[in-house]
Design a protein around this ligand. Structure first.
Ligand SMILES: Nc1ncnc2c1ncn2[C@@H]1O[C@H](COP(=O)(O)OP(=O)(O)O)[C@@H](O)[C@H]1O
Ligand SMILES: CSC[C@H]1O[C@H](OP(=O)(O)O)[C@H](O)[C@@H]1O
Length: 406
């Protein structure tokens, strides 16, 4: 079974059985392919006798969402398993445990998190997660700081940049997030009802300049090891626990891209609330919860990152140059706002959408949510280089959304 081929459920069971000590009995194991993402196979394997279970994730040699016409490197499975293991060391308890990585089969065997829910679904259903901002701010502060030139040996960091070179997955991001939405691209996907919005995106020169600058940074700035796709579909959650999964897009890039991804996905849900809540009061109440979460994600991240800088900073000049830390944090905030905007726009007119909006049944409510998400996204992109506080992001999101829904 060592030569690469996509596994079937029987083969997945056979591999699970061979894991020493995991499934000790000889009774039958259950296996289901549960992958609902765009790229990979995911098998859930469980033993009804012992209650033990695990997850096997296998990369396919193409993008599942499109098919074999879009070939994709299997090396992403190595990147994902190595990133998960590194993140597990830097942010203990905030990622699933990796039990085994098999390079021949592009297979990662990991902890089963089925006692959590995917956060996107949790938010759609109106769940509240009081520890989320605490957990995710720790995850992003720890992983970004300790993989950057600020927090690790700068020669070792360069070796890390090489280890996490991820050109094919980066190309997906470069095209789907930073290019396609701003032109009449074949891969775009949007409803006819918002064609006017799509065309406006294609013709907005001021927006194009901002996106080009953010794209340039994504292409060139090896600031820290990013998760690379930190949306709410890559986060498992309960009120007590948060676990980040799916870092196959990991590479060395601008830190604001990860922070922006978290904020964008909270705001996509914000734009969609009329599709999920029963009355105006409930919409407003949940939207306030989401905005407060956005505020906390940034403020807690900033406080933790600054503390790491003071306590664990490796770079002499960064620690002593007057005003450097404040300047760095301001640039991070601005990048965060810009990337949050890009990540919202791509989910409305680009290839891959989000359930928060696409699964709203009423077409008129869905259209309103799409227009609100685009309005917020565009406003954040245009704000990014002028911003000086997280409150400006929140104000901008509220104003843009209200205007789009008026
Ligand atoms: N460790 C895990 N425990 C339980 N379910 C998981 C785990 N990892 C992935 N899944 C399930 O598989 C789905 C797809 O996983 P994901 O890593 O996002 O795949 P893709 O890379 O294809 O997007 C998740 O939405 C979740 O339902
Ligand atoms: C052709 S890949 C599209 C899209 O899918 C990835 O998300 P996920 O792995 O969580 O399904 C990523 O966001 C890509 O941009």
């Amino acid at each position: 079974m060592s030569a690469y081929h996509p596994l079937n459920e029987e083969e997945a069971i056979e591999i699970a059985r061979s894991l020493e000590g995991f499934f000790p009995g000889s009774g039958p194991l259950n296996c289901r392919e549960i992958g609902d993402g765009n790229l990979n196979l995911v098998f859930h394997i469980s033993d009804p006798a012992s209650g033990q279970s695990l997850i096997m994730k296998q990369a396919l040699p193409y993008a599942k969402v499109v098919g074999e016409s879009w070939p994709l490197t299997l090396d992403r499975a190595r990147i994902e398993s190595e990133a998960l293991q590194l993140e597990g060391k830097l942010a203990p308890g905030l990622v699933p445990q990796v039990y085994l990585y098999n390079p021949e089969l592009a297979l990662t065997i990991m902890e089963d998190l089925s006692d959590h829910v995917i956060m996107r679904r949790g938010l759609i259903e109106g769940g509240r997660y009081p520890l989320f901002s605490e957990h995710i701010s720790t995850f992003i502060a720890q992983t970004l700081f300790f993989t950057s030139d600020l927090g690790m040996n700068q020669q070792d960091k360069k070796l890390n940049v090489g280890r996490f070179i991820n050109p094919e997955l980066c190309k997906i991001t470069e095209d789907l997030i930073f290019d396609d939405p701003y032109t009449d691209a074949e891969n775009n996907s949007f409803e006819d009802a918002i064609r006017d919005e799509a065309e406006a995106l294609w013709n907005d020169g001021q927006l194009h300049v901002e996106v080009a600058l953010l794209r340039e940074k994504f292409l060139t700035q090896a600031q820290a090891l990013l998760h690379g796709d930190l949306h709410t579909g890559s986060i498992f959650i309960t009120p007590e626990s948060t676990k980040v999964i799916d870092p196959e897009f990991a590479y060395y890039g601008p830190m604001g891209f990860d922070i922006g991804a978290v904020i964008a996905n909270l705001l996509l849900n914000y734009a969609a609330r009329e599709g999920w809540d029963h009355d105006d009061d409930a919409v407003l109440d949940y939207q306030n919860y989401l905005l407060e979460t956005v505020r906390e994600v940034w403020t807690k991240f900033e406080a933790k990152f600054r503390a790491l800088w003071d306590e664990h900073g490796q770079d002499r000049l960064a620690k002593t140059a007057p005003g450097y830390k404040d300047d760095y944090m301001l640039r991070l905030l601005r990048d965060t706002i810009g990337y949050a905007g890009c990540k919202m726009v791509r989910r409305i007119v680009g290839l891959a959408h989000v359930a928060d909006i696409d699964r709203i049944e009423d077409a008129a409510v869905r259209e309103q949510a799409q227009r609100a998400a685009l309005a917020i996204g565009k406003s954040l992109i245009k704000l990014n280089r002028q911003a000086s506080s997280i409150e400006q992001l929140i104000q901008t999101a509220q104003t843009a959304s209200a205007a789009a829904k008026a």
